[in-house]
Design a protein around this ligand. Structure first.
Ligand SMILES: Cc1cc2nc3c(=O)[nH]c(=O)nc-3n(C[C@H](O)[C@H](O)[C@H](O)COP(=O)(O)O)c2cc1C
Ligand SMILES: CCCCC(=O)C(=O)O
Length: 350
């Protein structure tokens, strides 16, 4: 990968040129009419920034500490499935790049490399583990124990998937399974000697969150909360952080843009726990807008995939480096010394 790629959208174009079209579509597409996919990015364009001048702020500090994990920038790697479709090294490459960027990678339960092998390939990485609670709680517990033993520092429980989203583009392409030789290694069931399919189940409830809470000492992050009433319930159930997300528009189509959901959730949480968000972040200015509206940090899904497909580990490193530089640059232009100085008055709806 030698071309100059100055923006995330250049990485998307490079990725598209390299990927099998059905795999590009799987990564890019959303549910239904993709109203939510489009809304996530469009909402950032409707938010304007109102910089301050002459503040003598110096070079900005952008590091954050979240649930005891230190990150050199407020942009985490969102959990995304099937990295080996983008690069033969798959999640190993992503984790090495996240480690080099000193940020947190949230490893998907649907990773194509086992979490133990991700850790072995990138021993310096700070990993959190994303979980879809499986109705077979004994099997869920086995997965949680593997994540703990591998050294993952938090459990990110995805709650926006009581069923899998319907993505027309995948149906048109007939994409419904991994190719020969790739499997969801975190779903290995050593007792049965097989890999189990991921179950997305509508029976999962707050009781399962309570069971998880008792099962592990890892902090629990609830990913996919969009309703303020659920944010308040989550606090009652002892979660350590909330993660506002509409799954990149891949689950329920028609959910508002993530950044538009943020203020109400932040108000409902009232500073009790950190609030993370993802969906449509493509620029450092998007990061700044989300943090001004109360996010403690953000995460990126597709941008990391585009980096991985465009140039493997080096491509992911470049995407993360680009976002880091853009966040620093945006803060400097806003006249701010630190992400901690971000506040809602910096953002205007236009
Ligand atoms: C290809 C792909 C696979 C994903 N796989 C998962 C997953 O396994 N678990 C999960 O919680 N979210 C998954 N997500 C959702 C992301 O974590 C994240 O919410 C979303 O990608 C954020 O939007 P963005 O792509 O605009 O940054 C996936 C998203 C994409 C694009
Ligand atoms: C069974 C893997 C689910 C991955 C996922 O969450 C997505 O494609 O959005």
């Amino acid at each position: 990968m030698t071309a100059v790629l100055p923006a995330i959208r250049d990485f998307e174009a490079a990725a598209r040129a390299r990927l099998d079209p059905a795999h590009y579509d799987y990564f890019a597409c959303g549910a239904g009419d993709e109203v939510t996919v489009k809304a996530n990015e469009a909402a950032f364009a409707r938010l304007a920034l109102l910089p301050r001048v002459l503040r003598g702020a110096g070079s900005p500090r952008i590091g954050v500490t979240l649930l005891g994990s230190r990150a050199a920038m407020p942009v985490l790697v969102a959990p995304t499935a099937f990295h080996r479709l983008a690069d033969p090294e798959g999640e190993k490459a992503t984790a090495r790049a996240a480690a080099a960027a000193e940020t947190v990678m949230i490893v998907s339960m649907a990773a194509t490399v086992a979490v133990e092998d991700v850790v072995a390939a990138a021993p310096g990485a700070t990993l959190w583990f994303q979980l879809y609670v499986q109705p077979d709680m004994a099997f869920t517990e086995a997965i949680v124990r593997r994540a703990e033993a591998a050294g993952c520092a938090a459990l990110v429980v995805t709650v926006d998937s009581p069923a899998r989203g319907r993505r027309d583009q995948d149906v048109r392409n007939g994409f419904d399974d991994l190719p020969e030789g790739m499997r969801c290694e975190n779903l290995r069931d050593d007792d049965r000697g097989t890999v189990r399919p991921i179950v997305m189940s509508p029976v999962i409830s707050w009781e399962h969150v309570d069971l998880l809470r008792r099962m592990t000492r890892l902090p629990i992050v609830l990913k996919g909360v969009t309703h303020p009433a659920d944010a308040r319930l989550a606090l009652d159930h002892g979660v350590s952080a909330l993660y506002v997300s509409n799954h990149g528009g891949r689950q329920l189509d028609g959910v508002p843009a993530s950044v538009d959901l943020l203020p109400e959730i932040v108000a409902a949480v009232g500073g009790a726990v950190p609030v993370l968000m993802d969906g449509g972040i493509r620029r450092g200015t998007d990061v700044v807008k989300a943090m001004a509206l109360g996010a403690s940090a953000v995460a990126v899904g597709r941008p990391v995939i585009w980096g991985l497909a465009a140039g493997g580990e080096c491509g992911v490193a470049r995407v993360l480096g680009l976002l880091r530089d853009e966040v620093e640059h945006a803060l400097t232009l806003c006249g701010l010394a630190s992400t901690h100085d971000l506040e809602p008055g910096l953002v205007r709806r236009c």
